[in-house]
Design a protein around this ligand. Structure first.
Ligand SMILES: [Mg+2]
Ligand SMILES: [Zn+2]
Length: 219
């Protein structure tokens, strides 16, 4: 992570809020443990990071719920985060079904990155991604981000097990996270596309990792 990160990209379902499987009702929006605290801490690191949400919402393209229902859920999440002092800079979503040939934005494709990059003049080497699925990590790699973090919430534990990573936080030497790059650097070479730089218990653990990296503890 050579340049100082200025932007955090964050998945929504299973990373910031509980994955309700095609969430369409704002009443179902519930922040995950550590989400608000972690985002607040990350937003204050290194002179301040902008917070972006990038979320696949194929339920719209599949006809399960409307764009308005999605917007209502986003508004509820933003309000819950604001109550904790967290301000989101911007959000992008992919409304397409997975098989839609016109889609270039469903993660791991990078359409949402291109959209936000253009709107806010962002640089990939100053950006970090956090998510709970391999496609979140691939998205970050394809976009050329400085780092990609997998959280254990949502599909994260399943994703980590599939990558052969330890999932018991009691075994994490640093407590809130497991530094993949530092602990098993050959793993990053074995499967670079979906292997995260770090496995974090939750967004608060991801904040621990980023704080340690920015503190200059190791390269
Ligand atoms: Mg997710
Ligand atoms: Zn799309």
């Amino acid at each position: 992570m050579k340049p100082v990160p200025k932007n955090l990209f964050c998945d929504r379902d299973g990373t910031i809020i509980y994955d309700r499987h095609y969430l369409a009702d704002p009443a179902g929006v519930e922040l995950l443990p550590g989400a608000a605290a972690g985002l607040l801490r990350i937003s204050r690191l290194a002179g301040g990071l902008k917070l972006f949400v990038v979320t696949n919402q194929s339920g719209i393209g599949r006809g399960f719920f409307s764009r308005a229902a999605y917007e209502a859920c986003q508004a509820k999440m933003a309000a819950d985060l604001a109550e904790a002092g967290v301000a989101l800079t911007d959000c992008a979503f992919c409304p397409h079904a997975p098989a839609d040939p016109s889609c270039h934005c469903r993660k791991p494709d990078t359409g949402m990155w291109e959209e936000l990059r253009a709107r806010h003049s962002l640089r990939p080497e100053e950006s970090v991604m956090i998510g709970d699925k391999p496609d979140d990590i691939r998205f970050a790699r394809r976009a050329g981000f400085a780092a990609a973090i997998l959280v254990l919430s949502g599909q994260g534990e399943k994703s980590a097990l599939a990558l052969g990573l330890p999932v018991d936080p009691c075994a994490f030497p640093e407590g809130g996270y497991f530094d993949v790059g530092k602990s098993v650097p050959d793993k990053l070479l074995a499967e670079p596309a979906s292997m995260p730089d770090c496995l974090a218990v939750d967004l608060d653990g991801a904040a621990d990792y980023l704080a340690a990296r920015l503190g200059g503890g190791h390269a």
